[in-house]
Design a protein around this ligand. Sequence first.
Ligand SMILES: [Zn+2]
Length: 237
Amino acid sequence: MNQNKILWKYQEIESVLEKEEKVLKEVIKGKEISQRIKAHKLFKNDFEAKKSMLKEKENRLRKLEHERTEIEYEVEIIKNQLYGGKINDLKQLENLMKKEEQKKEELNEIDSRTLEMMEEMDTVKEDIKTIGCKGRKLGKIIKNMLEERKKTIEKIEKYIIEKKREKQDIANKITKENIEKYLDIKSRKKDPVAMLKGDICMGCHMDLPVMTLTRLKEKEIIVCNNCGRILYPCEDE
Ligand SMILES: [Zn+2]
């Protein structure tokens, strides 16, 4: 095999490797996964916030129950005074009845607050259920994505190892002088080997002088007069 053909193959495999390594980097970075993990964290925070909200409401409900029991006890005392037969005058009776009325109003107030609190708690419970469900679903998606990513990484890594081995095999067939020339051009230009189609260099799309084309038949490594790339004559011609 001619040196220019080997260099062409070397370049092809290098470009495959560069592409695969770029893909691997993106997969490892996992932009989409990290976005989902962030979203999952938000769900978790929201979930915790709602849970502590529910706890707070439960405490307030207990407090209301406690208050109610106390007021009921006070009402009981008032009733005992009212119907215990120990009232001497009308004013005392009036006062006690007023007090009883007041306490009953307080009880009504507590009952309506209790009802409100219970409704609020139901809403929070519903929210917790919804957020929890969404969070679990997202968690499952993330888990699958992570597994998928792991598999993809392994696959690409394996492919890269294979290609590197192939690259090494090809590299062994290139003379030291030619690989140095290749690397030198590569340091200045992307794709140091250009295909030659007819008399046109596909690296810069310029016509080549007849002399260069003639020399190419005698020598394996000829560079383009214009862009300086190593020329590889297309074999279909
Ligand atoms: Zn050129």
